[in-house]
Design a protein. Structure first.
Ligand code: BGC
Length: 385
């Protein structure tokens, strides 16, 4: 892919000067953009984040902004309040105000084709951040975690919590049958499918052999999905499941949850119905999974209420976004480590995938505290400083 860049016109490196000379000194399709003779300090990066209702996106926004500013870029960071028209308008405005590169975590991955068209006609490279932007030719790069691996880790954590697997992955002594229910993320987020499919790749064989029973029979992602990943919606669905399916004296043994906020909604519904409050209570909490290592949920894990979460180090994701932006700023291609997985419906978007880690109560210290992600005090209080 040739990144036709107005950035090219701003760069001073000899290599780029040569490549510009080779294409007539104009840059390929350069629009004049940010003027000449500058480096990072002349460039503005528009950073569009979906929402501030979840800690991880606040941390993502801050990390990306701080790291870009440390490299000398100006940053225009906007949150869209989980409202699609707001996000579209914020991105259009970033373009109007002269953003040189865009970093976007979409609310609805299918809703930004118009904005990306606009970006492309202004020669602005677009980096999709964590969530793939679909149905557009104009996504230049994708930085994310290995989202299928997240789902595999969630399914595995559910089996481990139930005792079907041991912590080392070997077969455990528990054979079930266990009643489980399945939750998925927002269907307008491409990641939701990767998480669900990854989890089902582990759970389906155990459903097929009778170890696990989805008692509600709601096994399709459409039935399991929670619009905008909302905690209250998840709580309501869990309440409905308890009423419709578990009013015969049977119990829920496990719940696949794709995200900590959804897990907290599920946990509230279960506790209100008399489960728990902890995993070792007389009427124990079901095994509930999660994702993002949000501080309130890490405390619930430390307190023996939630069983697990998946840690995605957003500091490292921010680093990859900054590295990708720097590559575009220098007229280069960012380095991908996956060029096959993320087909957005129009093309396969070159991607950089980061690894993930499963957190149970016994490795909160080594994974989250020792790495400096949360302090021991934050874990104890359940609140970030
Ligand atoms: C992210 C998850 C997050 C979810 C809800 C997904 O796109 O990959 O980390 O839990 O959105 O915010």
């Amino acid at each position: 892919m040739a990144v036709r860049t107005r950035l090219g016109l701003t760069a001073t490196s000899a290599v780029l000067a040569l490549s510009l000379a080779a294409c007539g000194g104009e840059g390929a399709g350069g629009s004049g953009g940010a003027g000449s003779g500058g480096g990072a300090e002349d460039l503005t990066i528009g950073v569009s984040m979906p929402t501030q209702t979840s800690e991880r996106w606040i941390a993502d926004g801050n990390n990306v902004k701080e790291q870009l500013e440390a490299e000398g870029y100006s940053v225009d960071l906007q949150y869209a309040g989980d409202d699609i028209p707001t996000q579209s308008q914020q991105i259009d405005q970033m373009i109007t105000e002269g953003a040189d590169i865009l970093v976007i975590a979409a609310i609805d991955g299918t809703a930004l084709a118009g904005q990306l068209e606009n970006a492309a006609s202004n020669d602005i490279p677009v980096i999709a951040y964590d969530r793939l932007i679909r149905d557009s030719e104009n996504v230049n790069f994708y930085v994310t975690f290995d989202n299928f691996a997240v789902g595999v880790a969630q399914g595995t954590a559910l089996l481990t919590g139930l005792g079907v697997l041991n912590a080392d992955g070997s077969a455990g002594t528990a054979t079930g049958p266990f009643n489980i229910e399945l939750f998925a993320g927002s269907l307008d987020d491409n990641n939701a499918f990767f998480f669900f499919n990854g989890a089902m790749s582990v759970l389906q064989p155990k459903i097929d052999d009778g170890t696990l029973v989805v008692k509600s029979n709601q096994t399709d992602i459409e039935q399991a999905a929670i619009l905008r990943w909302q905690q209250e919606t998840a709580q309501r669905r869990m309440e409905d499941l308890l009423t419709s399916t578990y009013n015969d004296g049977s119990r829920v043994d496990g719940v696949l949850s794709p995200y900590d906020g959804i897990s907290r909604g599920i946990i509230t519904a279960l506790q209100n119905a008399g489960y728990g409050p902890t995993l070792d209570a007389a009427n124990p909490m079901p095994i509930v999974t999660g994702q993002d290592a949000e501080i309130a949920s890490v405390k619930l894990i430390a307190d023996g209420v939630q069983s697990s979460t998946i840690f995605k180090d957003t500091r490292l994701l921010a680093e990859q976004a900054v590295a990708a932006a720097a590559a575009f700023a220098e007229g280069n291609e960012p380095e991908a480590n996956d060029t096959e997985t993320y087909d957005n419906g129009v093309k396969v978007v070159p991607s950089y995938l980061l690894p993930v880690e499963t957190v149970f109560a016994d490795n909160i210290q080594s994974v989250l505290v020792d790495s400096g992600y949360w302090t021991a005090e934050e874990v104890a209080s359940g609140q970030s400083d």
